[in-house]
Design a binder for this molecule. Structure first.
Ligand code: ATP
Length: 267
């Protein structure tokens, strides 16, 4: 669906991506994890045409899109929710959602807004409120909902969990799983490796512009290097903290949690 082939991207003389190859198949949730400045945002911006790569190719549905430009790539079905939940602060929640559909001319926009409200009930309650007056988590939900309004086939999310409380991170991860169930493929960029690998099928680790590791989410979570660098020193995942019995979750940390998107034992 999305394929980066030996892509190198530069800012002047600075090489931010170094021969990056990455693939996203339809229906997958792919996590891209890495530290500050590793090149995660540059990779997303290169994929969606905001920046042109100096070397290599980007394909979307087998079409070479490397130098097509962001607007055309959005029309092909590649959605992008940028970092730091960039909502239009003085505009209402509803107007933010309508802006997400600005390139569309079909009659299903209203129906999609209803779907967004179904996915994020809080947005329905706050539809007339100025977006900038909502909490960080609510603004992130609006940013994702607005990204969905272009009806993307693949949605790229840049650090949706940053700065959010653990409960809100869980809620965002739940939404990501829900979006995939509704047919959207996801490329999820995160510093919060635990949350991202908790919901992803596969993942890539990027360090100083190079992909240094890739594998299934389970393989990456079990990797000693990933555990040390991204999951916290000595903070190994405690697979025994959760259980699936009779198709229901039983979290040993918090028995009131019935379904945990970050649970490595999730179905
Ligand atoms: P973070 O998690 O902090 O957002 P990141 O992994 O998304 O980091 P990028 O923002 O892609 O990393 O940056 C990769 C490298 O490119 C960094 O060294 C950064 O300083 C550099 N860089 C990013 N944007 C520019 C720019 N506009 N001009 C020059 N250098 C840039």
């Amino acid at each position: 669906m999305l394929k980066l082939n030996n892509v190198s991207t530069f800012y002047g003389q600075i090489r931010a991506l170094d021969q990056v190859s990455l693939e996203v198949q339809p229906g997958e949730i792919i996590a891209l994890i890495g530290a500050n400045g590793a090149g995660k945002t540059t990779l997303l911006n290169t994929a969606c045409g905001v920046i042109n790569p100096r070397q290599g190719q980007v394909y979307f549905f087998d079409q070479l899109v490397s130098h097509l430009g962001a607007e055309k790539i959005v029309q092909l079905g590649l959605g992008h929710v940028p970092e730091r939940r960039q909502v239009f602060a003085t505009m209402s929640v509803m107007d933010n959602l309508l802006l997400g559909a600005y390139q569309r001319h079909d009659k299903q926009i209203k129906q999609d807004i209803e779907q967004a409200f179904e996915l994020f009930p809080i947005l329905q309650k706050r539809q007339k409120q100025a977006a900038g007056t909502m909490s960080g988590g609510e603004q992130q939900m609006l940013a994702i909902a607005r990204g969905m309004m272009s009806r993307p086939k693949l949605l790229m999310l840049d650090e949706p969990s940053v700065g959010l409380a653990p409960l809100m991170v869980r809620e965002i991860m739940r939404v990501i799983v829900d979006l995939r169930q509704r047919g959207t493929t996801i490329l999820l960029v995160e510093q919060n490796a635990r949350a991202a690998l908790g919901v992803a099928d596969r993942g890539y680790v990027i360090e100083t512009g190079r992909i240094v590791l890739q594998g299934t989410a389970k393989e990456l979570m079990a990797d000693a290097g990933v555990q040390k660098a991204y999951l916290g020193k000595g903070d190994r995942l405690q697979l025994s903290r959760c259980n699936v019995a009779d198709g229901r979750y039983a979290c040993l940390d918090d028995p009131t949690i019935e379904s945990c998107a970050v649970c490595p034992n999730r179905k």
